[in-house]
Write a protein that binds this ligand. Structure first.
Ligand code: PLP
Length: 446
């Protein structure tokens, strides 16, 4: 393909969308330029756009499509459910089954409730933690992404102008107009700095409902929170009656027992989404029986209400069951080997192109960076990235697109089960050409 192509159907659709939708989209995370490519259909790990261009899909809808396109068990489960019903007011057996599968896999989950998205599940988890503790504040790590709820958007993408001292991070708003009264409820701690984090948390003891953390955050190149750091959070929460919440909406795909199994620390509440819905909208809140009791309306007066027209809708439930049944320990091991193959191959291509780049990540989650060396927290990542990072990444994204490789515009590459070693090798061959052109463009810009 040749991107951008002003004569393409995607370019025409983009112009049409601009007239009716601000920004021509309903998903700000997709930052193509000068127009967005429109999807048509997919098969396996390949995605076809409306102009017939075929891409090896390394985004997989930001992880949700872990089985790629046309995975038969999901297609058939959804087709059968479509015939039975799309949704109704009564609960169905499928939601019990999906909850059982999740609880059986994740060490910190004894009970489950469903929501429609990760954002919504985070919001419900926060309300649950507040209901249990009777406290209102929530601590989160600097730069952490937990969806669109404005409380947890505090300190998402802070800059040196507003981030405050490293050991005492500020809580800048993400959306303009966020009430200060809400931001006062957000306590920001520095990722992976146990000493500074505990100092901040101790001051807030008795006021904090929850500490929420993504143990393997995508935005930090899937750098893993240190086990000692997570254990320090675990100990603090146990000692002070604060809920430890793991946001595993993305990183749950690291393994059969989720991120909590991978890092060896067990939270009180776990927030899930993406892969547990097999490609349909979903979110979930899971946790210990004690933590989840806050939602139990059979055990006495209701402390926190949780409902929704589409929560636990049977379409998402049956797709989720089929998705998780196809994710056995062996399949996770294969996904991890695929990720290792991609990262090692990319490292070789960076060297060949003379680029100071690296591919970090774990399991099927990889992240390309335009710098080398470790970045263990948000500030290090931000400062290493330097000015114009997103623009440089977009140039690379465009070169990859031209080679038929779809990665996320921030450099994420997320694997899927239908990918074979041959698909990974083909990706590397194409990426090699894209990286050579990118290296030339870097020199031209410099
Ligand atoms: C860690 C994390 N939390 C929450 C969310 C929000 O999930 P959703 O997009 O389903 O609302 C995401 C989405 O990418 C995420 O990566």
């Amino acid at each position: 393909m040749s991107f951008p192509d002003p004569q393409s159907r995607s370019a025409a659709l983009f112009e049409r969308a601009r007239r009716i939708m601000p920004g021509a989209n309903t998903r700000h995370m997709i930052t193509f330029g000068p127009y967005i490519v429109y999807g048509s259909h997919g098969a396996g790990c390949r995605l076809v756009d409306v102009d017939g261009n075929v891409y090896i899909d390394w985004v997989n809808n930001f992880s949700a499509q872990i089985h790629g396109y046309g995975y038969r068990p999901i297609v058939e489960a959804v087709r059968a459910q479509t015939e039975r019903m799309l949704c109704c007011i009564l609960p169905g057996e499928a939601e019990i089954e999906l909850a059982e599968i999740i609880a059986w896999r994740l060490p910190g989950v004894e009970q489950v409730r469903f929501a429609n998205s990760g954002t919504e599940a985070v919001m419900v988890a926060v309300k649950g933690a507040r209901g249990l503790t009777g406290r209102s504040k929530v601590a989160k790590t600097e730069g952490g992404y937990h969806g669109q709820y404005d409380l947890v958007e505090a300190s998402f993408l802070p800059t040196p102008e507003n981030w405050g001292p490293a050991t005492r991070p500020a809580a800048p708003p993400f959306a303009r107009g966020t009430p200060q009264s809400l931001l006062d409820q957000a306590v920001i701690v520095p990722f992976n700095d146990a000493t500074a984090t505990l100092e901040i948390l101790e001051e807030q003891a008795g006021q904090l409902a929850a500490v929420i953390i993504d143990p393997i955050p995508a935005r930090l190149g899937f750098v893993q929170a240190d086990r000692a750091y997570l254990q320090a959070l675990r100990d603090y929460c146990s000692r002070t009656g604060t809920l430890l919440v793991f946001d595993e909406v993305f990183c749950n795909r690291v393994g059969f027992h989720g991120a909590q199994g991978h890092v060896g620390v067990t939270p009180d509440l776990t927030v899930l989404g993406k892969i547990i819905g097999g490609g349909l909208p979903i979110g979930a809140i899971g946790g210990t029986r004690a933590a989840m009791s806050v939602f139990d309306n059979l055990a006495g007066p209701l402390r926190v209400s949780h409902s929704g027209t589409f929560t636990a809708n049977p379409m998402s439930m049956v797709a989720g069951i089929a998705s998780l049944q196809g994710l056995t320990p062996d399949v996770f091991a294969r996904l991890a080997a695929q990720g290792d193959r991609l990262r090692a191959g990319l490292a070789a291509r960076f060297r060949e192109a003379g680029l100071a780049m690296q591919a970090s990540g774990v399991g099927s989650m990889s992240s390309l960076q335009l710098f080398v060396g470790p970045a263990r927290n948000y500030r290090e990542f931000h400062l290493k990235s330097g000015p114009g990072y997103l623009q440089r990444m977009q140039r690379l994204h465009r070169e990859m697109l031209d080679e038929g490789v779809l990665m996320a515009t921030r450099g994420l590459m997320i694997g899927s089960t239908p990918m074979t070693d041959a698909d990974v090798d083909e990706t590397l061959e194409r990426a090699g050409r894209a990286l050579q052109r990118f290296a030339a463009s870097e020199q031209a810009v410099a």
